[in-house]
Design a protein around this ligand. Structure first.
Ligand code: EPU
Length: 420
């Protein structure tokens, strides 16, 4: 038996929703908080399974975690113990690897299992490791565990072959206490990196340049507790923008930083979606006609790979042939097989997909093969005729905060059941 999500499609949505704190910032902010020597309060924590798993890891480290209300977390590492992280909680999410940088930075030693997360094709962490080594650490990989040790971390110049989000954040965290200056060149520029650097600087770190491709970290001697509010989730905002474009009469999406979703909003406008972009909200009106478009995923500020899968569902409703090219994760196309089961006409090409539309979609049983595939299935289910059953729904719960409630508030028919 497993829990499945069911969606009865074809209902026109209308109303307002508020976007939660950014998952991909949160999952780095929580490990970053352990670098402090006092309590860190983080506000805007989304209720997602990844957060629950990170809290478990904090508890293993004897870090005191206090939840206040729905979205406040106080993380107090005052009595922390640097134990080996070899439990399964580590393998349940990708972001557990941020404890590598945080624990190495604070104690000069970390031992942990290989991180997990969505399968999107190969996801090596060689750049993280090279960064730690450049700071003076020795890295061993034995029996599915990394052991990373440094007598002393010394600032270094590190050039990332790929502008990796994870490596940029992990190296930043490992370097906050290192002696001297660390320079990360070809750093990733995603908004979540700025958010993590902001938290660390509030704690007393000296990080400059976050949000550009050169980040410098000057070693600090002590980091203290602080208060921080997480940025809105640009991927959740993007998902709801696409849902609105697919099936809403009118939707008001609150708590958005429009600049963070510009690559998507301009693409949607090109496809014929009407929207009004305000300072911190976006209002989407029903489109009379959607036209096909081409999109290529890029690092920020380019089109986010995490929105490529949800957008594909919308493209099945656009007139003409759309093309999606994936440059970050070449195998992130499992959603296309699922969409084809529902009646889409998608052809897979090398690192890309050709979507021929419009095609009616019909409810059937599909898999959320990964988190954003799950989002793509929700969108398709909302459009489809009949009932769609989404299996492996735990992937969706890893990253979308109260998605059922938010959809129901907009008038969608969504429920969960236990199924074979
Ligand atoms: N890469 C390497 N070596 C490394 C690190 C990355 O070759 O050491 C490659 C990856 O295989 C990939 C590319 O570099 O081809 C970019 O990977 P990156 O490190 O930037 O991604 P990530 O940190 O593992 C984060 C998000 C992903 C999001 C990507 C790209 C988190 C926890 N995850 O992953 O989010 O797709 O950045 O923006 O922040 C999601 O939310 O669904 C998700 C998968």
């Amino acid at each position: 038996m497993q829990e499945v999500m069911k969606i009865e499609g074809g209902h026109e949505l209308e109303g307002e929703i508020t976007i939660s704190g950014a998952k991909n910032a949160t999952v780095a902010l929580i490990p970053a908080a352990v670098l402090a020597n006092g309590p860190v309060t983080i506000v805007g924590i989304p209720q997602i399974a990844d957060v629950a798993n990170l809290s478990k890891i904090l508890q293993m480290l004897n870090v005191e975690v206090t939840e206040i209300g729905q979205d406040h977390l106080i993380i107090d590492p005052t009595n922390m113990k640097n134990v080996d992280l070899t439990s399964d909680a580590v393998t349940k999410l990708r972001a557990s690897y941020y404890f590598m940088g945080a624990l190495l930075g604070k104690y000069g030693h970390v031992k942990m299992k290989m991180p997990g997360g969505c399968y999107l094709g190969p996801r090596p962490i060689d750049l993280h490791i090279k960064g730690f080594e450049a700071l003076g650490a020795k890295v061993k990989f034995e029996k599915a565990c990394y052991s990373i040790d440094a007598e002393k971390l010394i600032g270094a110049k590190i050039f990332l072959d790929i502008a990796s989000v994870g490596a940029t954040i992990n190296i930043m965290m490992a370097a906050v206490y290192a002696e001297g200056r660390t320079t990360i060149e070809n750093a990733a520029k995603e908004p979540e990196i700025i958010d993590v650097a902001t938290l660390l600087n509030k704690m007393g770190a000296h990080i400059r340049g976050a949000g550009t491709n050169v980040i410098t970290v000057d070693g600090a001697s002590n980091l203290t507790g602080c208060f921080h509010e997480i940025i809105p989730d640009r991927i959740e905002a993007g998902t709801f923008l696409i849902i609105a474009a697919a099936c809403a009469k009118r939707m008001v999406i609150n708590n958005v930083i429009p600049q963070h979703v510009e690559a998507l909003t301009s693409k949607l406008q090109e496809m014929g979606v009407k929207m009004e972009i305000d300072v911190d909200k976006i209002i989407v009106e029903k489109a009379d006609h959607l036209t096909a478009a081409d999109v290529t995923t890029r690092t920020y500020p380019g089109f986010a790979t995490d929105l490529q899968q949800p957008l594909t569902s919308l493209m099945t409703q656009a007139e003409g042939q759309s093309k999606v090219v994936e440059t970050i994760y070449s195998e992130r196309f499992k959603h296309c097989t699922e969409l084809n089961k529902m009646g889409a006409n998608i052809e897979l090409i090398n690192s890309g997909a050709l979507i021929n539309g419009p095609t009616p979609l019909y409810g059937c049983t599909v898999q959320a093969t990964d988190l954003r595939c799950g989002a793509a299935m929700i969108i398709a289910g909302l459009i489809a005729d009949g009932v769609t059953e989404i299996q492996n729904v735990y992937h969706i719960d890893r990253g979308y905060c109260e998605i059922d409630k938010k959809l129901e508030a907009l008038g969608a028919k969504v429920w969960r059941e236990m199924a074979e």
